[in-house]
Ligand binder design. Structure first.
Ligand SMILES: *Cc1c(COP(=O)(O)O)cnc(C)c1O
Length: 423
């Protein structure tokens, strides 16, 4: 590449989705470094050099040279400054970088949170009178959106067993517009048979949407498995530092124009400062996921051997429902999983979590710092009720600490749990 690498361009060979004509597709980790750093977004026009990161371009008003120039610029022109809501090179660089994580993606729309991204994607696809098939292990606010706003707008949601696979065909009616997947579920971690569900959807002209927050496109290229729309709560691993809310929706060529149009119609955008931080996070995503995934598996395997633990819910463990699908479809595991305490209730679980010194107690995940959270799937499922007799669940986000320290911390906290159980 020589001097060209001093001003990386998003549109050069190897960065596009095309793999033909002997042009070698760059590996995912390399694309994460190169993507979105176009010369026109990192340097002055006509300049051969450039700064490394696309800077923060803040704007509402864009000034035009004259009226002819104003008239000649259209809000549908991609990558032309038009008005702040249509983005600036900072958000274009992030959107392009996320698009390039999935070779089959035609484009990416950014949203101010993961939930906004899910809403934007569903509102792009669903129409009044349609039916939506929603995985029963879905993220809570996704259910709230379906049972609230979508219902009021005439969309009927039916929940299905995350392990349904090809059996989803039995739930499809002539009103079914879309199937929504989330794999694994972020509380209970069942892995879905995505190719089997996609095959049924394609045979019936049904759109598939995937909440791919747990794996990110790096560990699960959803569109490559035939999914039409891939949604990521960037708040988690893309940002990676627990300081920005952001969501993205990437779509294949057939769905992209609709996703983009509807996102614009809803006035959705992400702030340039947040996009800049998300871009900074994205550059290290591959090493963070590798490290956090390996540490999380170590902690999970250690937990499996503990007498205080009834089960560990982690896709890379053979005991996890859908583990074979995980082995087949995923390129690795991230750092979020859960485990079930062997008995006790809310008070005993709280004794364990409160005794942890290295795990923060709080919502969200995907940051560099470890977290522990009490989670209760019972009230959140309708198609496949969670067994109320199971022990309380603790969800763990493993960060970038040394896993030996995390394990020692948990070892101590189990002492507090045992004391609470015996008290
Ligand atoms: C956190 C989360 C979301 C929502 O993201 P926000 O940025 O918090 O709105 C969506 N899906 C999953 C699986 C999540 O964990």
């Amino acid at each position: 590449m020589g001097r060209r690498s001093a001003h990386a361009q998003g549109d050069r060979p190897g960065m596009s989705g095309e793999d033909g004509d002997g042009e070698r597709m760059l590996k995912p980790a390399t694309r994460l470094v190169q993507a979105g750093r176009r010369a026109e977004w990192t340097g002055m026009p006509g300049d051969r050099g450039g700064i490394v990161n696309p800077p923060v371009w803040r704007a509402s008003t864009i000034l035009y040279e004259d009226v002819a120039h104003l008239r000649g610029t259209h809000m549908t022109d991609q990558h032309k400054l038009y008005y702040g809501r249509r983005g600036t090179p900072t958000s274009w660089a992030l959107a392009e970088a996320i698009t390039q994580m999935e070779p089959e993606a035609a484009g990416t729309m950014l949203f101010p949170s993961g939930v906004a991204a899910i809403a934007g994607a569903l509102l792009a696809v669903m129409r009044p009178g349609d039916e939506l098939l929603m995985v029963d292990s879905a993220y809570g606010p996704t259910r709230a959106l379906c049972d609230g706003l979508l219902r009021e707008f005439g969309v009927v949601t039916r929940y299905y067993d995350p392990q349904i696979g090809a059996g989803i065909a039995n739930l499809v009616s002539d009103k079914t517009r879309a199937i929504f997947l989330e794999s694994p579920g972020s509380l209970t971690f069942e892995v879905q048979d995505i190719p089997a569900i996609v095959a049924v959807a394609k045979a019936s002209g049904i759109v598939t949407l995937l909440d791919n927050t747990w794996a990110t496109p790096l560990l699960l290229p959803g569109l490559g498995l035939g999914v039409d729309i891939s949604i990521v709560a960037c708040t988690k691993y893309i940002v990676g530092h627990s300081d920005v809310m952001m969501g993205s929706v990437s779509a294949n060529a057939a769905l992209w124009p609709r996703v983009q149009r509807r996102g614009h119609m809803l006035g959705q955008m992400a702030s340039p400062d947040d996009c800049w931080l998300a871009l900074r996070g994205l550059r290290t995503l591959a090493v963070r996921l590798k490290e956090q995934g390996a540490s999380a598996l170590k902690v999970a395997q250690w937990l499996e051997e503990r007498p205080e633990v009834a089960s560990v819910l982690h896709p890379a463990l053979p005991s996890c429902p859908g583990h074979d699908a995980w082995t087949r479809d995923f390129r690795g595991a991230s750092g979020l999983f859960a485990f079930e305490l062997r008995g006790g209730g809310e008070a005993e679980r709280a004794a364990f979590i409160d005794a942890l010194g290295l795990f923060g107690i709080g919502y969200s995940w995907g940051g560099y710092e470890s977290l522990a959270l009490p989670v209760d799937p019972d009230g959140l499922r309708t198609a496949t009720p969670w067994d109320a007799n199971r022990g309380p669940l603790v969800r763990i986000n493993v960060g970038l600490e040394d896993p030996a320290d995390l394990i020692a911390d948990m070892d101590g906290a189990f002492g507090a749990w045992r004391a609470a159980m015996n008290g």
